[in-house]
Design a protein around this ligand. Structure first.
Ligand SMILES: Nc1ncnc2c1ncn2[C@@H]1O[C@H](COP(=O)(O)OP(=O)(O)OP(=O)(O)O)[C@@H](O)[C@H]1O
Ligand SMILES: [Mg+2]
Length: 267
């Protein structure tokens, strides 16, 4: 058997002149072709399984956001309805396009980023609002981003990364029962943009630190799946960048996203 049975180029080409031999070779060729197809199908299904797990993961987060706004719409008859409605629609269409792009790409890996130039400050504000961090509460959110800071990235993917980091920070702070602060700051130099998400929470538990960015393995939170950081790291890597844990101790945790500025990832 060939070493890589799923490789269709390795299917033998019948060459024999003797009739019986030729028939046997053709039968073998068709068996190999069928096997190649079956293996490809299996691989595709395995990848789709991975993709579905990831979709449901982030879809849950996004729909929670939609729920947050929808809750306000209930009992309407007040002017906030008018303001909440477009946000609800925005959240839901975000969920829909996430499903569509993942399904269209059909792989366990994330689709390559669709790079765009956009201002970071409004996106960061939207993430905070989506995480319920905009108003009063035990968790204070500070966004320290120059309004003029424009970066080149996939805004949908960056939205997901920042949502995961800020959600983790909020959950970690809330679990302590004490008030706390999440701070998002950002900047740039000649070679890269950086975004820092820091919190005053209790720090990463040992299990999370040992399996940092590994899917399903680092989850140390009740009700968590341990996918958020793995997805975030993968999305940042897809931009040619990296997600880094800068610090984590009893005074809090700090993650840093580095996004390179070079337009050609092979350069
Ligand atoms: N800012 C933080 N402060 C403290 N612990 C954190 C922080 N961020 C992540 N963690 C820890 O790391 C673990 C892994 O985080 P990750 O986002 O990958 O998974 P999760 O939050 O458990 O589940 P989900 O897949 O729903 O995001 C968490 O369970 C939590 O224990
Ligand atoms: Mg998480």
């Amino acid at each position: 058997m060939p070493r890589r049975p799923e490789d269709a180029r390795r299917v033998i080409a019948p060459t024999a002149r003797v009739e019986e031999l030729r028939v046997a070779e053709e039968a073998l060729a068709s068996m190999q072709t069928q096997l190649t197809g079956a293996l490809k199908q299996k691989e595709r299904l395995a990848q789709l399984g991975g993709a579905v797990a990831k979709i449901s993961h982030d879809l849950r987060n996004i729909l929670t956001t939609a729920q947050l706004f929808a809750d306000r719409l209930e009992g309407s008859a007040d002017p906030t309805v008018a303001r909440s409605a477009p946000k609800l629609i925005g959240s839901i269409s975000r969920a829909v396009s996430l499903c569509e792009s993942t399904l269209a790409f059909g792989k366990a890996e994330e689709a390559p980023p669709a790079l765009k130039r956009f201002a970071l400050a409004p996106l960061a504000g939207e993430v905070a609002e989506g995480e319920g961090l905009a108003g009063e509460g035990a968790v204070t959110c500070l966004i320290d981003v120059e309004p003029g800071l424009v970066l080149r990235a996939d805004p949908e993917q960056l939205f997901r990364v920042l949502s995961n980091l800020m959600r983790n920070a909020r959950q970690a702070i809330e679990a302590t029962g004490q008030p706390g602060t999440i701070e998002l700051s950002a900047g740039e130099d000649e070679t890269e943009w950086w975004i820092r998400v820091g919190d005053t929470g209790p720090g990463l538990p040992a299990k999370a630190r040992e399996h940092l960015f590994a899917a399903f393995q680092g989850g140390a939170r009740k009700g968590g799946t341990g996918l958020g950081l793995a997805i975030s790291a993968e999305l940042v890597r897809g931009h040619g960048g990296r997600l880094e844990l800068m610090r984590s101790d009893a005074d809090g945790t700090e993650f840093m996203i580095h996004l390179p500025k070079d337009e050609d990832p092979s350069a």
